[in-house]
Design a protein around this ligand. Structure first.
Ligand SMILES: [Zn+2]
Length: 291
């Protein structure tokens, strides 16, 4: 991570299941009245509640990002003992070198040597959720016999969750990858949780509010600058950033708040759509892919 915070994106969204959704609890409750596979719960001031851990969403986002980048040969395999960025890079390297030499997926989500820049908050129900219990069996592919089950599963079928993500010190192409991932989720290409091959896990993610903090209050109202444009020349080189890391011609923010050394610009969903579209163009440009 850079020493300073140059910019940061915060995206608030609602996540609505479009079919059965089950994020499995790691431990099964000893209560025999609860299903075998329970939806994960946590304790809040209001008592126990079903929730979607931010980490489970982050895992899904990362793996889609890797898939996209791998088609252009731009992401490491974190499980590859020799070639994963975290293995390849030496411990004594400074953060700038680690960042510069890491693949694009690791630049966003981190590796064993480099801290990630993307963070997901846990998602909590917005109003009432409707859950159902479904029964399932697993059939062994080899013997065509029941391999596991019957078991019952607790699934969410109605309602929605509210969550947020934060990306600090971003380059603009990273917003493009984020936009692409959100699109893939909404197209049903990326599913969340358990039972993807049972048709579970299709969700819709709708951004509700976006704020972009920037350390330069003099950035024109219709522009958005990534770290490559914001950092001094020496740092740009050490981190391997590009100077033309910015977007222009964006709709003005719905609100602008001065926060001392920072300016915070707030965008509505339409504003985010414009940022998403333009940052996707930037991503194609950076990856050298024709649109
Ligand atoms: Zn990597």
């Amino acid at each position: 991570m850079h020493k300073w915070l140059w910019n940061a994106l915060r995206l608030e969204f609602s996540l609505t299941p479009r079919g059965p959704l089950l994020i499995k609890a790691g431990m099964t409750s000893p209560d025999p009245s609860l299903p075998d596979m329970q939806f994960v719960r946590t304790m809040t001031r209001q008592g126990h509640t079903i929730f979607v851990p931010g980490s489970s969403l982050k895992g899904v986002f990362r793996s889609f990002t890797e898939k996209v980048l791998r088609t252009h040969d731009r992401a490491c395999d974190p499980f590859d003992r020799e070639r994963a960025c975290g293995k390849k890079l030496q411990e004594e390297e400074d953060t700038a070198t680690l960042y510069r030499e890491s693949c694009r997926a690791c630049k966003i989500y981190g590796n064993t040597r480099l801290r990630g820049r993307m963070a997901f908050a846990d998602l909590f129900p917005e109003g009432q959720l409707k859950t159902e219990t479904r029964f399932g069996v697993a059939i062994s592919r080899l013997s065509n016999a029941v391999a596991h089950g019957p078991f019952d599963m607790e699934i969410v079928v109605e309602g929605s969750f509210r969550g947020s993500l934060r990306l600090g010190n971003f380059e603009v192409w990273q917003l493009g990858l984020l936009a692409l991932t959100l699109q893939a989720v909404n197209d049903g290409l990326v599913r969340v949780g358990f039972g993807k091959n049972r048709g579970f896990g299709e969700v819709k993610i709708a951004p509700t509010a976006v704020t972009i903090d920037c350390c330069r209050p003099d950035v024109p109202a219709d522009e958005l600058w990534g770290t490559g444009r914001l950092v001094p020349e020496g740092e740009r080189r050490r981190y391997g950033l590009q100077e033309d890391d910015s977007l222009s011609g964006l709709p003005a923010a719905t609100d602008e708040v001065s926060m001392g050394a920072f300016v915070r610009r707030c965008y509505d969903p339409a504003g985010w759509e414009a940022i998403a579209e333009r940052s996707l163009e930037r991503l194609s440009q950076v990856l050298g892919v024709a649109t």
